[in-house]
Write a protein that binds this ligand. Sequence first.
Ligand SMILES: Nc1ncnc2c1ncn2[C@@H]1O[C@H](COP(=O)(O)OP(=O)(O)OP(=O)(O)O)[C@@H](O)[C@H]1O
Length: 381
Amino acid sequence: MIEAVGLTKRYGAKTAVHNLTFQVRPGAVTGFLGPNGSGKSTTMRMILGLDVPSAGRVTIGGQPFHKLPNAPRQVGALLDAKAVHGGRSARMHLLSLAQLSGIPARRVDEVLGVVGLQDVARKRSKGFSLGMGQRLGIAAALLGDPQVLLFDEPVNGLDPEGILWVRNLMKGLAAEGRTVFVSSHLMSEMALTADHLIVIGRGQLMADMSVKDFISANSAGFARVRTPDGEVAAREKLTTALVEAGAQVLSEQDGALRVTGLALPRISDIAHDVDTRLWELSPHQASLEEAYMRMTQGAVDYRSTQDQRAGLQAPPAQHGWQQPAAAPQGWAEQAYPVLPGEQPNPYAQPVAAPQAPAPAAPAAPTTPRPPGPLRRARPPT
Ligand SMILES: Nc1ncnc2c1ncn2[C@@H]1O[C@H](COP(=O)(O)OP(=O)(O)OP(=O)(O)O)[C@@H](O)[C@H]1O
């Protein structure tokens, strides 16, 4: 198990990681999420003893990394796939790592096979593609057959077959009872791979919970409602009635309505009351990506000037959403309004916030301090 307690890292005036406390348990894939610059790599470097915490501590199996006997046999990591001597072949690179840790040479050939690089094992790694480099980095992480594995963006540059392979590899390692901690910006992939999530924003813990709880805490389920194509007046009549009944209604690109805040039977009754036929009425759960975007929108440091959320104006056209004709009052001003049954995002910027750049170096938590991170209890592993 990896355990961080009050983990903090300052680089001069810049606080990269602030007071992080979390555990990464064995037997599960734990996703490590956060916007660019939020402190994920810094945290991983501190776990691996490559950076010294300014305050707090982080241990693996109760010991700091530098006190672990023969650490490469206990902890494997892929931090930077490019950190390889380009003049060496893949096999030589792994062989030199193996020799340093007393790992037998046959293990090198074994891991080359596991990552699918056996045919290019004797080629110099400087000729490797990004994906091949990632595979070599994963091979190095697996070399010591460690119980604890850290992967920083392991699917970066991999083709779909490679992504599927990494997904199955991570799940397989966790199923063997290992501790697997993996960062990624690919939400769709994390949704398929991770069991548990640790989310940070501007160096601070925002959530520590299962993927399922994270999605339900940061998004509301919704209903898709479709009226017969071409019956525009009926659709608008239904939209108005739903909004009057307290629903929030968005239009999807195919003309369906995305309705939150009302149960399906109530939507059906309202449609009946306004004499509108329905072609579809189905329950839906939001995606991890959507839940993540809602939670972290206020903790994003780097945003395109062409991103509408830079000024928190109209909602972005995510997943084919559009604003409905009969949007509730105030909707247009909010990027992601708090939906019924949803916890407000403690990091969300105020709607009328000026477009000033985000502070570059928060030396301490913002004032007023946001409420504590969302946490859910996990079953013991
Ligand atoms: N050696 C360093 N010296 C000064 N600042 C640093 C150093 N390393 C990281 N930082 C700063 O700390 C913050 C966190 O960086 P870090 O690389 O940990 O973020 P990240 O979440 O891994 O980002 P990304 O998703 O873009 O990889 C950034 O603002 C970064 O500029």
